[in-house]
Design a protein around this ligand. Sequence first.
Ligand code: UT7
Length: 326
Amino acid sequence: MIRAVLTGTGSALPARRVSNAELAERVDTSDEWIVERTGIRFRHIAGEGETTATLARDAAAAALISAGLAPGDIDLLVLATATPDNTFPATATKVQAMLAIDDCVAFDVAAVCSGFLYAVQVADSMIRAGAHRRALVIGAETFSRILDWEDRTTCVLFGDGAGAIVLEARDSVADVNDPGARGVLATRLHADGRHNGLLFVDGGPSTTGTVGKLRMKGREVFRHAVVNLAAVMEEALHAAGLPTDAVDWVVPHQANARILDATARKLSLPSEKVVVTVDQHANTSAASVPLALDQAMRDGRIQPGHIVVLEAMGGGFTWGAAVIRV
Ligand code: UT7
């Protein structure tokens, strides 16, 4: 059977790395509070000339190299972001132009922190439907540009970055227990718009005509995150026909180390199977899952044949999970 098989990963971070101590010089916070409540130690912040599109381009170029493909081989480019370079055109088309891909389908997906999971399901569906053969799926953000730098309850939590994967239509063994069953095995997505007001940006083209700043009721989001993430991971594993103990690695959205711990505990997953980058990158929204995935692939923790579960939850609320044999 045809599945969307992961053949490459890449990531990119802005040059400037900012410590908690540096932030404590700007707002009333401390390294101790941030580490204890979130696990975050550093975040990268985009400088002049660095945008969502340039970070996405660099991550995509690295993913193409790791897949052994040329830009012209790509026929689908899906970019998840809540911080596009412009209101339009889609940042995906800017990245297409930067990579010099003459013709492909290119569009953005807006599902905030779960954007990458939404993008994976879209690309997987389009590949399995036979419409496309080689997709670049990217998560890229510059949340530093929509943060209220006076608000200590949010500005310490986020960072900028990008991650990308290549998915290719390949023949794959139908039996999910067979190591030859490579590719995206199942995805599950959800949204509940009743929670719009708990995590949002207070501006936009059709309302204020401004870009706006991020606002979040963190404690409420936290409560929903643990419940929803554990549930959607179980759902995706069930849909894939795999038990929890078949999971080699969980690559979660990196919002808060305490959310990662609590979610793993709820599923009785040992913490050694959870990829953690929140300490180094903070919350990079749609970029966080592909960034963490790329790191764990490059340092050899995730090996060919491993079962990997990706999961994320964010503004909307939206949340989702994907089960992939790499
Ligand atoms: O990516 C989308 C998903 N987003 C998330 O998953 C974020 C989920 N939420 C969280 O990660 C946590 O709720 C936070 C890290 C945002 C906050 O942690 P918390 O343990 O829920 O703290 P809290 O909001 O209950 O605040 C505790 C205290 C408050 O002071 P009082 O009212 O107890 O006097 C805050 O004002 O900590 C204070 N506080 C800070 N203190 C020092 C809030 N932010 C800071 C800060 N530095 N940066």
